[in-house]
Write a protein that binds this ligand. Sequence first.
Ligand code: PEP
Ligand code: MN
Length: 358
Amino acid sequence: MIIMKKDATAEEIKNVIGEVKKHGLRADVSRGEFRTVIGLVGDESKISFAHLAALPGVKEARMVETPYKLISREYSELFEGKDESRIVKVGDIKIGGDEPVFIAGPCAIESKRQLFRIAQEIKAAGAHILRGGIFKPRSSVHSFQGLGSLGDEEAREALSWLREAGQRFGMPVMTEVRGETQADLIAEYVDILQIGARNMYHQDMLSKVARMGKPVLFKRHFGASIEEFLSFSEYIVAEGNKDVILCERGIVPIGRGESYTRYTLDLAAVPVVQRETYLPIVVDPSHAAGRRDLIFDMSCAAIAVGATGLLIEVHYDPAEALVDAQQMITPDELKEVIATCKRISQVVAPDRKRVRVA
Ligand code: PEP
Ligand code: MN
């Protein structure tokens, strides 16, 4: 990290950036109110910090050890001189602001009729963003992989339904990019690109999706530590895209015998992540619990610990759903979840700042 002097000239800043690039690194330039700070992206051992510190206009140059400095709250404070959480704006929706945001929809889009009915009903229930899977990650090659896997034409058709449903019912839309080659196509149609748990470690894909220039919902892998989760989200931000919404969706349960839940929802990850980074974090209780009867309770708990929103799978007739039927709730149940979560947020949020021990 290079901290420029308060009176550093544009020419001096340009010169430092040129020096960074010459050594095969990239420069993440933050022009704060008082000074400019240049973050180094890449292998910092390739460059001499003593040399950088001696360049005209440089106040200080130091190596940063944390693997996720670009998203770190601590370094953002240094860069920008402020400790503010990022608000990701999608249309009129603000993710990371004072109001919790509810993202809902079917696990997989199965037909135009199914999608439009769910979109209409979740909107009436109070949802803000419509999500539906077109390319589904599945454990078995023999199960339904989403309409997108049927071919390019089917993928475009499903994507256009999603866009149309969003326009008709007034909600931004989101779907998962399952592979790098799908990014360009999907980015033509949707407002938010989802990266699923299984792809958290796929760094080339993260960079590619980041370069689409749209907000990215980034899920934690079920076997990843919080440090890994944050480190990999840095790949997105390193492309200059700070509109990242983190998503906790459960980690692999431990111990012998029946687990009773599909994964273990790591609720402590929410406040921990919020202390580490300025990026917003939402919770997906549907994949974490894998059980419809737990969605209300886990949603309430997630909002109580400070999640900035929820991602919930919804179907008007859960038993009919081709994918994840066991964890779908109905639009009526979603309405209850949203109403209660809003009340919880109103009670807990104002006290959190006051009570929280640093
Ligand atoms: C999904 O969101 O539909 C999904 C498959 O989730 P995850 O990537 O968390 O398993
Ligand atoms: Mn699902």
